[in-house]
Design a protein around this ligand. Structure first.
Ligand SMILES: Nc1ncnc2c1ncn2[C@@H]1O[C@H](COP(=O)(O)OP(=O)(O)OP(=O)(O)O)[C@@H](O)[C@H]1O
Ligand SMILES: [Mg+2]
Length: 277
């Protein structure tokens, strides 16, 4: 049993199904995230409406949709930052019960790494301290191991020399690469990205997308909320279009971009693609 399987309070569901998704060779049957008829209300505002969503191991899913359609809320429900109102969410077979305490939620939440638009680095900690904080505190990793792993991750994102620098000395692109290294340090089963490049100056977008591409090609499981249509088309295994809290359509990126089946998808794509020209 590996450390990821030690959590015993959750409810297990089968980790495989017959698979109705169009899968590339590398995508595996094992389900990492499963949402079943998830609803979310903020007061009487119905933000997620019967959302069914599955992410398989090694799958890269791009989540696209207009502003206010519920993309961030869905990601935040997956890692327990928001409590869904009804429906079920399973993270690698563990039921994410919205009534669990923060302490009970912690092992499930640490299965997923989250990368935010605004980096959310701890400003009073160096780059290295930012990366080792959760492994030390949550995973109880011995310090020397956590440091060695952090140094490897920093090298991976091309920032080995920034080890002892504070975040305010970094560019936005560098901050985001540190945030990615920090998420990876918990060895999550999947990474959730919420518009990771949209707060960046255009010339810094590429360096972050490059790190994300490398992760995708290495077989990481990723859900990426993005307006980077090129990334969605070239890197993802599946694109999911959400509008007004409803998954309108999803499928192979090439097909969905070329021949969207629904009028709403078509209108959205026309609008975003025209702003890219
Ligand atoms: N904490 C909150 N309280 C009340 N309403 C909220 C809250 N968070 C989000 N909402 C509302 O829920 C809806 C979905 O918001 P969400 O942030 O998930 O959209 P989004 O698709 O991520 O949009 P964007 O592309 O602008 O980031 C919006 O109408 C938003 O105003
Ligand atoms: Mg959002």
């Amino acid at each position: 049993m590996d450390s990821h399987q030690s959590f015993s309070d959750g409810v297990f569901v089968p980790l495989t199904n017959s698979g109705t998704l169009s899968q590339t060779n590398s995508v595996e049957d094992e389900i990492i995230i499963s949402a079943i008829k998830v609803n979310k209300y903020f007061g009487d505002k119905h933000v997620l409406k019967d959302v069914d969503f599955e992410v398989h191991k090694r799958e890269v899913v791009a989540l696209i949709g207009p502003s206010g359609s519920g993309k961030s809320t869905l990601l935040r429900c997956f890692n327990g930052l928001e409590k869904h109102t009804s429906g079920q969410i399973y993270i690698h077979g563990h039921l994410l019960d919205p009534n669990l305490s923060i302490k009970q939620l912690s092992p499930i939440r640490s299965e997923l790494g989250m990368v935010f638009q605004n980096f959310n680095l701890f400003p009073h900690m160096t780059v290295l301290q930012n990366i080792i904080e959760a492994p030390l505190r949550v995973r109880k990793t011995p310090r020397d191991q956590a440091v060695a792993q952090a140094e490897k991750l920093l090298a991976k994102v091309g920032l080995a020399e920034k080890r002892d620098v504070y975040p305010n000395k970094l560019s936005g692109g560098q901050k985001q690469r540190v945030a990615i290294a920090r998420a990876l340090a918990m060895q999550p089963r999947a990474l959730l990205f919420d518009e990771p490049t949209s707060a960046l100056d255009p010339e810094l977008v590429g360096e972050v997308l490059k790190v994300m591409k490398d992760l995708a090609y290495e077989g990481s499981t990723m859900v990426v909320v993005t307006h980077e249509m090129q990334f969605a088309r070239d890197v993802s295994d599946r694109v999911v279009f959400i509008s007004d809290g409803v998954i309108v359509e999803q499928g192979d990126p090439e097909e969905l971009f070329k021949q969207p089946k629904h009028e709403r998808t078509k209108l959205f794509l026309e609008r975003v693609l025209s702003t890219m020209l």
